[in-house]
Design a protein around this ligand. Structure first.
Ligand code: APR
Ligand code: PHB
Length: 390
């Protein structure tokens, strides 16, 4: 089999890339290790930048997002018993974010790929990349017991942090930058109305808390917890009790509790691999970089990578112009590092660091005070939160 582009990984990055390429007449095959049901069952973050929404619209997968997504013009940061509103729209000349679960984005992409007859192989085992630094790379894999080989021009590594693509780059060219945090988040999804119509990020001496949502009847809450913690340690009762302690009293008083429908612990790390290209291989999304979820940037960064790479591939095939492919790594990394900075900063601002002494705690408190006394500081947070330009 021969196809222009092999896409390894059928998460949001891989599916969106294949959809955008297809609409521009560039064919691809997506190889996904897990089953479609498994990919659809993962609960992930849910805040989309306007640029991500625009890209999903360009991909023809934004109908449900536009009907069901919640447009948020602001968010709250709670500390020292009070909530402070950040008016994202007025601070950024009218820009907003859309709350719509990544699981739903993935569902819309899967359906669009099926509708257009896109080749998505799920359950593809032992994917291996070959001859990436020559002119004729190929990919092998096993599917329902049979060996397959696809010859291609390019490979897009969209296979997440634990994928095979990044490891296919020679150790001599790959540089890794990493920061692992000593805490994670325990997340709960519950069929209850959200405590507030906008997100509430709370900094508290017992640890960070976040009140988010998926819809007017489905809430998503998170608590900072030790990174080695497990959901079994968190009965619903303990979770709700701890959440209420970390929120201002007036907010805790109106919180509606209910049984959890999903509960999971996510560890937190910041990670970047450089460069994003080796020969015919391009890294995209979580395969290349991870951010802690505090800035809500994971999926949005994957989207900007896909934006750059899809344009670069289309320019190669339709205009015989390779400048986009040549510049992909540098261009995508410039935006990646700004979002890494922002996600690290939001994390540092709002969490309790077990090793922080009293000096660092006072500086953190001063930073929160400064934030809400300075329009410049609020504007900086807001322009990063709604999304930096591509
Ligand atoms: N072969 C084939 N597929 C693989 C392999 C492999 N060896 N390894 C991993 N995969 C698949 C995974 O099963 C997963 O479905 O690649 C996909 C990668 O998807 P994601 O991890 O969701 O990464 P990405 O598509 O880049 O999406 C980024 O996801 O993790 C969040 O915060 C992140 O929101 C961001 C988004
Ligand atoms: C979520 O709704 O899951 C969510 C929202 C904002 C974040 C992280 C996660 O910063």
């Amino acid at each position: 089999m021969q196809v222009p582009v092999v896409i390894v990984g059928g998460g949001p990055s891989g599916l969106l890339l294949s959809q955008l390429l297809h609409l521009q007449g560039v064919e691809s095959v997506v190889l996904e290790r897990r089953t479609k049901a498994h990919v659809m069952g993962r609960v992930r973050a849910g805040v989309l930048e306007q640029g991500t929404v625009d890209l999903l619209r360009a991909a023809g997968v934004a109908d449900r997002l536009e009907a069901e997504g919640l447009i948020h013009e602001g968010l709250d940061i709670a500390f020292a018993g009070r909530r402070h509103r950040l008016d994202l729209a007025s601070l950024t000349g009218g820009r907003t974010v859309t709350v719509y679960g990544q699981t739903e984005v993935t569902r819309d992409l899967f359906e669009a790929r099926e509708r257009l007859g896109g080749a998505v192989v799920d359950g593809a085992k032992d994917v291996a990349l070959h001859d990436l630094d020559g002119d004729a790379p190929y990919v092998t894999y096993r599917h329902v017991g049979e060996e397959h080989r696809i010859d291609c021009d390019f490979v897009a590594g969209c296979d997440g942090f634990h994928g095979v693509s990044r490891g296919s780059m020679p150790a001599s060219v790959l540089r890794e930058f990493e920061q692992v945090y000593a805490f994670g988040w325990i997340g709960v999804l519950s069929r209850t109305p959200p405590v507030s119509p906008e997100l509430v990020y709370a900094s508290h001496e017992r640890g960070f808390a976040l009140c988010s949502m998926r819809s007017p009847t489905l809430s998503r809450y998170y608590l900072q917890c030790p990174s080695e913690d497990v959901p079994e340690n968190w009965s619903d009762e303990r979770f709700w009790g701890e959440l209420k302690r970390r929120l201002p009293a007036a907010t805790a008083d109106v919180l509606v509790e209910g049984p959890s429908v999903e509960k999971s612990v996510a560890p937190m790390r910041s990670y970047v691999a450089e460069p994003l290209r080796h020969g015919r291989l391009f890294l995209v999304g979580d395969a290349a970089h991870i951010v802690p979820p505090t800035g809500a940037k994971g999926l949005n960064l994957a989207a900007s990578d896909v934006h750059y790479l899809s344009h670069a591939l289309v320019d190669h095939y339709r205009r015989d112009d390779d400048s986009g492919l040549r510049d992909y790594s540098e261009k995508a990394l410039a935006r990646v590092w700004k979002c890494e900075r922002f996600s690290w900063w939001m994390t540092s601002l709002l969490h309790r660091f077990p090793d922080a002494g009293p000096f660092r705690e006072r500086v953190q408190r001063a930073e929160l005070d400064y934030l809400f006394s300075s329009r410049a500081a609020m504007t900086s947070l807001a322009e990063n939160y709604v999304g930096l330009p591509y």
